[in-house]
Design a protein around this ligand. Sequence first.
Ligand code: SAM
Length: 264
Amino acid sequence: MPQAGKTTHFGYQEVPLADKQALVDDVFRSVAGRYDLMNDLMSGGLHRAWKDALVNAVNPPKGRHSSGRPVESGERRFALLDLAGGTGDIAFRVAGAGGAGTRATVIDINADMLEVGRARAAERGLDEAINFVEGNAEALPFPDRSFDAVTIAFGIRNVPRIEMALAEAHRVLHVGGRFLCLEFSAVDVPGLDTLYDFYSFNVIPALGRMVAGDAGAYRYLVESIRRFPRPDAFVGMLRAAGFHRASFQRMTGGIVALHSGWRL
Ligand SMILES: C[S@@+](CC[C@H](N)C(=O)[O-])C[C@H]1O[C@@H](n2cnc3c(N)ncnc32)[C@H](O)[C@@H]1O
């Protein structure tokens, strides 16, 4: 696809489309070591509840056949692909919620984020269950119809060509598989919106400076949230990518939304 002259947004800046990925990579390279701690601090732990809602929707099999016999670790049961999976938070949760037959693949473009995830998987004895792959959500290195579920949490707004990532997610899902996207959204509760803006533009960059040594990375976070499509518009993008029964659910007054679509 020709890209000359095309631009996109990087936070509130307009940048050449071809430059966005490198700018995003700089952000996550800078914060990788403090990324998980910052999530807890910024959200007051709320990101855990939002991620739990995503994992509940993924609903991996609990490790028993309908006969009640436990699934053995060698049996293939459920394959998750977590796009822009970073340090593996979603994969760890799905592996924990599912049975021994659950396998998760985390793909992320940033080697530093993946390295933190690999170390966590080794510490927890989950290096068999979770595989970390360096790659781009816009061009997945996996065959058609190879996963039962594809997830992306707080990742899609960082991807320069969102339509390509959605088309790829659809391609690699089995028929009957579900795509789930958790993303920051638009606060729609009067009063909370003002408070949220104050917190976002003042407290978050200051926390980023103190904890991760990078206020700019967290200013990008806040700005990129404002540039992301509203949930009804994003559901339209899911439909355009071929997903069926596309829907969304707002959480915490619209701070985040969980979007869903099925490959049928
Ligand atoms: C905010 S983090 C989310 C990490 C993780 N999903 C979570 O919820 O903790 C966004 C991630 O998107 C990744 N990313 C950005 N562009 C990407 C792309 N084109 N393909 C794959 N990953 C990408 C970044 O490297 C970063 O790890």
